[in-house]
Design a protein around this ligand. Structure first.
Ligand SMILES: Cc1cc2nc3c(=O)[nH]c(=O)nc-3n(C[C@H](O)[C@H](O)[C@H](O)COP(=O)(O)O)c2cc1C
Length: 358
């Protein structure tokens, strides 16, 4: 089975071609510091070829949701160090997903500060989780050009902090409507400076972040996650094929570890200009290793690898509920079902108590 074959990614040889997709679990403390349960959670899943952590806030400003972890204070870095050590002891490989939520937040979870974004355009038709319940999105504050340049530096520092914390690499969360994705999308970015306007300008933020991180931590340790067809968080592209083709062609010039593509379904009748299959359309354009994601089963994952474009499959909910997922695939064993009620926040129930096979 291709899913169970070892593969070289970045500077590491992975024990199989299955990645654990990044999943926010909202179990850090109020200071964004992860604890013992998080160490157990990731260590239990160390048989994944690659663990990609939950989104980790790169700065105080980056935070959008309660109890999500950070990597910008010494206490946060030290806590992650324990986790990377424990995962490495189990022969696992672990990348940190670096996160800035941009407008996907609320002043109620940001000490009264408005969320920031490329432009002052609010997310419509969705609400945001706060400790005071679900709230409509506020209109974010548009970032000044200098602030954007400073956020690029925050990513660079976060990548350096991730190295200090012992991670094997970092993945830029440029998918699902968070800050980098907001810069890419014309629906969220109507800037008139060098970070908005045409495709080259809308790609600039992501490319600057990627270049800074590569320069800071070196070749084959920096990766990116994209979701060209996702509509979540009010993201829409007038011309996603041209936009992401250009982005990939620029990313091809950098020594990256991988490109992680979320192949998100969308209503084709409403978005006829969207590519039917992002893995095929964009994966073919790059020499970088492709990780494919979204609703894969064992069979669908294996079939995707057989096509030869994606070299790994990442599994989210299945890894959440099955700490020993590779073993279960190998033995064709039954799978635990994920419990939606305990996905975000709470204690150890639904976090570290999913059973292993006997
Ligand atoms: C509880 C939960 C939290 C998630 N948090 C993140 C996240 O922090 N960063 C991210 O890029 N994707 C996040 N996702 C999306 C997953 O990485 C993945 O793309 C999605 O679950 C689809 O893959 P799957 O069908 O294998 O679960 C999350 C998904 C779940 C279920």
């Amino acid at each position: 089975m291709k899913l169970l074959q070892a593969i070289k990614v970045g500077t590491k040889t992975l024990q199989n071609s299955m990645a654990m997709a990044p999943m926010t679990r909202s179990r850090a403390n109020d200071d964004g510091v992860v604890g013992n349960s998080t160490e157990i959670y990731y260590t239990q899943r160390a048989s994944a070829g690659l663990i990609i952590t939950e989104g980790i806030n790169i700065s105080k400003q980056a935070l959008g949701s309660p109890l999500t972890p950070g990597i910008y204070t010494q206490a946060q870095i030290d806590a992650w160090r324990k986790i990377t050590n424990a995962v490495h002891e189990k022969a696992g490989v672990i990348y940190a997903q670096l996160w800035h939520t941009g407008r996907v937040g609320h002043s109620l979870v940001k000490n009264g500060e408005l969320p920031v974004a490329p432009s002052a355009i609010a997310i419509q038709g969705q609400q945001h989780f706060t400790m005071e319940g679900m709230k409509d999105y506020e209109t974010p504050r548009a970032l000044s050009t200098v602030e954007v340049i400073n956020i690029v530096q925050d990513y660079k520092q976060a990548a350096l902090n991730a190295m200090e914390a012992g991670f094997d690499g970092v993945e830029l969360h440029s998918a699902f409507g968070y800050l980098p994705n907001q810069f890419l999308a014309d629906s969220a970015n109507q800037r008139t400076d060098q970070y908005g306007g045409n495709i080259e300008n809308r790609n600039r933020f992501v490319l600057e972040v990627m270049k800074e991180m590569v320069n800071a931590i070196g070749s084959d340790k920096v990766a990116i996650r994209i979701s060209p067809t996702s509509l979540y968080n009010s993201i829409a592209h007038q011309n996603p094929v041209e936009q992401f083709t250009e982005l990939i062609s620029e990313l091809n010039k950098l020594p990256l570890a991988y490109i992680h593509i979320m192949n998100v379904p969308f209503p084709a009748d409403k978005f006829p200009h969207y590519p039917a299959n992002s893995v095929e359309t964009f994966g073919k354009l790059t020499h970088h290793t492709i990780i494919a994601n979204f609703a894969y089963t064992k069979e669908k994952g294996e079939a995707e690898l057989e096509k030869g474009i994606a070299k790994l499959i990442s599994y989210g909910a299945l890894f959440l509920a099955n700490p020993d997922l590779p073993k279960r695939f190998e033995l064709n064993a039954d799978l635990n079902q994920p419990d939606r009620a305990t996905m975000y926040g709470g204690q150890d129930k639904g976090y570290i108590d999913y059973p292993f096979l006997n």
